[in-house]
Design a binder for this molecule. Structure first.
Ligand SMILES: *[C@@H]1O[C@H](CO)[C@@H](O)[C@H](O)[C@H]1NC(C)=O
Ligand SMILES: *[C@@H]1O[C@H](CO)[C@@H](O)[C@H](O)[C@H]1NC(C)=O
Ligand SMILES: *[C@@H]1O[C@H](CO)[C@@H](O)[C@H](O)[C@H]1NC(C)=O
Ligand SMILES: *[C@@H]1O[C@H](CO)[C@@H](O)[C@H](O)[C@H]1NC(C)=O
Ligand SMILES: *[C@@H]1O[C@H](CO)[C@@H](O)[C@H](O)[C@H]1NC(C)=O
Ligand SMILES: *[C@@H]1O[C@H](CO)[C@@H](O)[C@H](O)[C@H]1NC(C)=O
Ligand SMILES: *[C@@H]1O[C@H](CO)[C@@H](O)[C@H](O)[C@H]1NC(C)=O
Ligand SMILES: *[C@@H]1O[C@H](CO)[C@@H](O)[C@H](O)[C@H]1NC(C)=O
Ligand SMILES: *[C@@H]1O[C@H](CO)[C@@H](O)[C@H](O)[C@H]1NC(C)=O
Ligand SMILES: *[C@@H]1O[C@H](CO)[C@@H](O)[C@H](O)[C@H]1NC(C)=O
Ligand SMILES: *[C@@H]1O[C@H](CO)[C@@H](O)[C@H](O)[C@H]1NC(C)=O
Ligand SMILES: *[C@@H]1O[C@H](CO)[C@@H](O)[C@H](O)[C@H]1NC(C)=O
Length: 577
């Protein structure tokens, strides 16, 4: 009751009031009570499988369907399973604007028309991934499109080419990534937009607003999701990776969080209709739009959750996030760290903002930074509104500190500690949101770039390698810091984040990214030609590595990180791991 009153106050205006009862009946009509080994949710916000609560650690292998060899898929899933990992997030889209000579493609999008490929180099590759996941007891979280689809960028020439299929990753070199690597190129939202609308209205948010494009997309999603309605290897559907207003194609001025929330509602309904058996989630980064009017306000407080773990010091009933709560929390946190810092390291100075060292900010900067882009709705995402859409089964968010800002750096903390702390806070906030709204929440992608991985780092939307050294030496040293954290720092951060997720009640955490060696190199797959630090491998005919976008934890020196994941997988699912 208290929550409900508070929420209405926070909301300010009463929009469409949908009662929980009427929403539930809508969901129930769609829900044919799937078999017990399908993933469902309980009223207290947990995943359920076989009548028991199910929580998990997962990994991302978006490239699985692009492998030409069934043995490769089989071996990869077997290796993943041997680590105790239960969920694999992977792409269920592969859009092209011309039929490629070699390799997998799922949908041809050209000149305002779409053609779905259900042949042996089409959706039958995804069938194989699903079949082999089943074999290894792995659940697949399948993404239906991508926000990102960058165009070719020749970093040596610093100029764009109109081909729109390849891009460079490394400064002053010309390492072009092959098809089927990261968002380069599986198509995605901009692939639709570029092929559907004319130059004058070429905006990324056409994808969310234009009925013709929405019809084309739901045509695709209906086709794909209805293939697997009866498969218990599907964990659920993710509407898009990182949906937001902007991409390589810029947004128009009129894209707001409500536009994106409405799109989620439309597409989630369509997916649920075609496949009532599986959960649907968003796939967004978890950005907040605090104090924004909601399309899906909660009218009734969800039932209380079981009491939190005994060592959790947090309040048990979280409040909806508002600007004043957030700013107050930050102020208090800083008071604590200032005291600590005075005691331990009075000389420390300088903070790192998005990789660059700047002088210690004065206290006044606390305010001028505002709440930051993760909280102000400027990305066009309101994850609190999206999680309350009736057909959205669980909340999702991501954590990539090298690509997004999740808060304001605390001037009393060293750069690495800020990164860790912001991750911890981000995890806490999203776990709280799940408790507040009675739905499970999963971190569906997290990663930190290490110094060793920096040369491979390909941000979703970057055409310039971001991994230059910090511009100012760390205080007390004369040495420039290389981009990225050390392996040990990465392992420390992962371990703290995974632990925080477990303690605070996240229902799943998916590490980015799995890497697999000894894959068969064939024309048109993600691993051919394999990419090495110095460029393309001259040997395109034998074996190769799966793509490393800067987050790989396989190979020499990476065993410790893999251990951290494996241990967490055990802690999340002590009975089944
Ligand atoms: C659920 O039960 C099925 C059939 O008995 C089994 O194969 C599967 O591993 C179980 N899933 C979990 C997560 O326990
Ligand atoms: C397709 O594969 C064939 C046979 O491996 C190869 O000769 C050809 O160059 C490939 N085409 C492209 C565009 O990669
Ligand atoms: C694209 O479609 C339009 C209208 O349907 C047609 O006039 C035009 O010739 C097509 N262009 C190409 C390149 O197919
Ligand atoms: C839906 O997909 C089918 C199969 O590829 C295609 O023939 C049809 O044109 C598509 N319809 C729309 C509205 O995009
Ligand atoms: C592919 O889709 C077409 C059109 O819907 C259908 O006629 C055909 O039987 C399908 N082929 C396979 C192998 O599923
Ligand atoms: C970089 O690669 C692209 C695509 O292969 C090629 O067209 C371009 O000429 C290359 N640029 C340089 C400077 O080598
Ligand atoms: C939606 O896209 C179609 C082309 O597919 C275009 O003709 C139409 O003008 C667009 N609608 C709006 C409102 O921009
Ligand atoms: C993505 O990259 C393109 C090309 O550099 C740029 O124009 C665009 O502003 C970027 N978008 C975002 C959201 O960073
Ligand atoms: C989109 O990108 C442009 C250019 O980078 C920027 O000016 C604008 O604020 C961005 N809008 C959103 C909603 O992120
Ligand atoms: C920063 O993080 C390191 C590693 O987790 C830790 O040992 C150290 O105490 C932290 N420093 C502060 C000021 O929190
Ligand atoms: C990238 O290359 C440009 C041009 O060669 C150079 O000016 C710049 O300093 C380089 N940046 C990094 C981070 O190495
Ligand atoms: C590499 O892959 C081949 C073919 O799948 C397999 O026979 C071989 O055992 C693998 N080797 C290693 C070291 O995994």
């Amino acid at each position: 009751m208290y929550i409900s009153v508070l929420w209405q106050l926070v909301l300010g205006t009463l929009l469409v009031t949908t009662t929980r009862a009427s929403r539930d009946s809508k969901v129930r009509r769609n829900n044919e009570t799937p078999p017990s080994n399908f993933v469902t949710t309980s009223p207290d916000g947990q995943f359920m499988v076989n009548g028991s609560a199910f929580s998990f650690v997962g990994t991302n292998a978006y490239w699985l369907h692009a492998l030409n060899s069934d043995d490769d898929i089989d071996r990869t899933l077997q290796n993943i399973s041997m680590r105790g990992i239960k969920v694999v997030r992977t792409w269920a889209f592969n859009d092209v604007s011309a039929i490629p000579e070699n390799g997998t493609w799922f949908q041809l999008i050209v000149n305002g028309t779409t053609t779905i490929n259900n042949g042996t180099n089409g959706l039958q590759r995804l069938d194989k991934v699903v079949e082999l996941a089943q074999k290894h007891g792995i659940y697949l979280l399948l993404s239906l499109t991508n926000n990102w689809n960058p165009t070719i960028f020749d970093n040596a020439n610093t100029s764009f080419t109109p081909l729109g299929v390849l891009r460079d990753a490394t400064n002053s070199t010309n390492v072009t990534l092959p098809r089927n690597t990261l968002s380069n190129d599986y198509g995605g939202m901009d692939a639709y937009v570029r092929q559907f609308v004319s130059e004058e209205i070429l905006h990324h948010d056409q994808f969310f607003m234009n009925q013709t494009i929405i019809n084309a997309f739901t045509n695709y999603t209906t086709n794909v999701v209805s293939r697997y309605t009866n498969s218990s290897a599907v964990f659920g559907w993710e509407l898009a990776n990182d949906p937001r207003c902007n991409s390589t194609v810029q947004s128009s001025g009129s894209c707001t969080p409500q536009v994106i929330t409405r799109w989620h509602s439309t597409v989630a309904q369509s997916v649920k209709e075609a496949d009532p058996n599986h959960l649907v989630s968003s796939g967004n980064q978890g950005f907040f739009c605090m104090d924004c009017p909601k399309l899906f306000p909660t009218a009734v407080a969800p039932p209380p959750r079981p009491s939190p773990a005994p060592d959790s010091k947090r309040r048990s009933l979280p409040k909806a996030l508002t600007k004043s709560i957030l700013l107050q929390e930050r102020k208090e946190a800083r008071k604590r760290t200032r005291k600590l810092q005075k005691r331990s390291n009075p000389r420390a100075s300088g903070i790192r903002i998005r990789g660059n060292w700047v002088a210690t900010p004065t206290r006044r900067q606390d305010d001028t930074f505002g709440v930051g882009p993760a909280f102000d709705g400027s990305q066009g995402v309101d994850s609190e509104d999206i999680i309350n859409i009736p057909q959205i089964g669980f909340g999702s968010f991501q954590l990539f500190p090298d690509q997004n800002s999740y808060g304001v750096d605390d001037p009393n903390l060293p750069a690495f500690n800020n990164t860790v702390q912001q991750g911890l806070d981000w995890i806490q906030r999203h776990a709280d949101m799940g408790k507040l709204f009675g739905k499970p929440v999963s971190l569906t992608g997290f990663g930190l770039v290490t110094q060793g991985n920096a040369p491979f780092f390909v941000p979703f939307n970057s055409t310039v390698a971001p991994f230059g050294p910090d511009q100012v030496p760390e205080s007390g040293t004369s040495q420039q810091q290389p981009f990225g954290v050390t392996d040990a720092q990465r392992d420390d951060a992962y371990s703290q984040w995974l632990n925080a997720g477990l303690i605070n009640g996240l229902q799943g955490m998916i590490q980015y990214q799995w890497a697999q060696d000894n894959l068969t190199s064939q024309e048109g797959t993600a691993i051919s030609p394999s990419i090495t630090e110095s460029g393309l491998s001259p040997d395109q005919t034998t074996t190769g590595l799966s793509p490393n976008d800067g987050y790989s934890i396989q190979g020499v020196g990476q065993e410790q990180a893999a251990q951290v994941i494996q241990e967490a997988a055990n802690n999340f699912a002590p009975d089944t791991a």
